[in-house]
Write a protein that binds this ligand. Structure first.
Ligand SMILES: [Zn+2]
Length: 451
């Protein structure tokens, strides 16, 4: 599953605004840790101190360097606002003629602002790295499900309208009415994925956050063309847009079929694409930094999507899971029933002899190369085997190296610096050898492409 290139730039951009404070120096060389808020036309600067109090003063009271910094931050803010306007226009175009009001669009945009505030709240939730590995997760059987129908008057106004369904933690909107069975099916899928993410000791704080009224948003589109119209990237089966904290996914990726009268669920259809995108939605923003983006973020989404979800108990113990993961990556069905199927998560079909580049070059490659249509399928599969190694097979299985790596990302280390924490004193070669040796025990034969 590829995510939009644009979404990556959005992630990076939202970071540049600075979640944490920076150092401002006065013309008398006094220092202040604070976050930029705004610079007025009369050059009055407003900063947010670390104690949460705002402070305002004229720009000329700062050193030259800090004056320069304030001007850069002001420019970034303007750019950010322009970008929001552009996003709004894109949504407006997509929703045009569907009876969506300006106010609805405002709501879409404010989600992003809310998201930025929420990031700060998420960061206060304690890490759960020390929690025990959840060998078994017993799922909730019933969820609060609600359906919001548009008022008869609004229905009248609309050519087609948006149906809104809500479960405990998700709100999904659809341009067609869904049968109660389908609504229940999707709610179960959303909530199960959240429960798995919450139980994993990987500090996925968005999955732990619970506030009345706060829901993760998903838009389901009836047709593929609507999916592309909403901004779904070509050759993808679903996408997550971090800036709006929104998943968009077409019915064709959900096993939903139109039977001539109504939409039904194809039991043989698979929903791994949706699970994969939900994991992205629940993943910490910092894990998408250089060093984590790609091999870790995609590997994690693949990991959760590969977990068999049959009954109301999810098994995550190594004895059970290893063969499923291996089969998901290596076997997979041999036929491809639709043009989408090779991107659609029915397995990666990589076979058991896998040639790879060095771990570091794989982990640090640009996302555009990672998710390139030609290599994407293989890269996703390999990422899953790597993640699996760090979660289940590495060292004495205490996940210490992975934990160190994630903590490094959380504290702003990226690229090689973050990977160093993952190597945990091993050289890249030693680590690679360990991964190869572990997987060989289960019949997967990795080999290095010629350097
Ligand atoms: Zn993805």
């Amino acid at each position: 599953m590829t995510d939009l290139i644009r979404t990556i730039t959005l992630i990076l951009f939202s970071f540049s605004g600075g979640l944490s404070g920076e150092t401002w120096v006065s013309s008398e060389q006094k220092k202040l840790e604070a976050t930029f808020v705004e610079l007025s036309a009369t050059e009055n600067l407003t900063l947010l101190r670390e104690n949460g109090q705002e402070t305002s003063f004229h720009l000329s009271r700062l050193s030259n360097e800090s004056q320069h910094l304030a001007k850069i931050r002001a420019l970034e803010k303007k750019e950010n606002e322009a970008r929001k306007l552009l996003e709004k226009r894109r949504y407006f175009e997509a929703f045009k003629g569907r009876g969506v009001s300006e106010k609805d669009l405002e709501n879409i945009i404010t989600v992003r602002e809310r998201q930025e505030k929420l990031e700060k709240i998420f960061s206060k939730i304690p890490d759960n790295f020390e929690a025990r590995w959840p060998d078994r997760i017993t799922l909730k059987k019933d969820y609060q499900i609600s359906t919001q129908q548009p008022s008869p008057q609004r229905k009248e106004e609309m050519r087609s309208y948006i149906h809104v369904y809500e479960s405990d933690h998700f709100r999904f909107e659809c341009d067609r009415a869904l049968t109660p069975y389908l609504v229940k099916k999707f709610c179960h899928l959303f909530e199960t994925t959240l429960q798995i993410c919450k139980a994993l000791p990987l500090s996925l704080k968005k999955s732990q956050y619970q506030e009345k009224g706060y829901k993760h948003r998903v838009i389901l589109t009836e047709s593929d063309s609507d999916y592309y119209e909403f901004g779904g990237p070509p050759y993808t089966a679903g996408a997550y847009f971090p800036a709006q904290d929104l998943i968009i996914i077409p019915f064709s990726s959900l096993g939903v079929k139109y039977s001539g009268k109504k939409f039904t669920y194809d039991r043989k259809g698979d929903n791994k694409t949706l699970i994969h995108e939900i994991v992205h939605q629940l993943t910490e923003k910092t894990y998408f930094s250089h060093g984590g983006m790609g091999w870790f973020t995609e590997g994690l989404a693949e990991y959760v999507a590969a977990i068999p979800q049959q009954n109301h108990v999810i098994r995550l113990d190594t004895d059970f899971l290893t063969k499923h993961v291996k089969s998901y990556v290596c076997d997979g069905p041999s036929s491809s029933p639709s043009r989408r199927s090779h991107k659609h998560h029915v397995g990666r079909r990589l076979g058991t002899n896998i040639k790879v580049s060095s771990f570091q070059s794989f982990a640090l490659q640009p996302y555009s190369s990672f998710s390139h249509p030609e290599d994407g399928n293989k890269n996703y599969g390999v990422s899953l085997l790597y993640i699996y190694h760090f979660l289940h097979l590495d060292r004495d299985r205490n996940r210490k190296p992975l934990k160190q790596f994630l903590l490094a990302l959380k504290t702003g280390k990226t690229g090689e610096k973050a990977l160093e924490a993952l190597y945990d004193g091993r050289s890249e070669k030693e680590l690679q050898k360990e991964i190869f040796t572990q997987w060989r025990k289960y019949g997967v034969n990795f080999s290095l492409e010629r350097p």
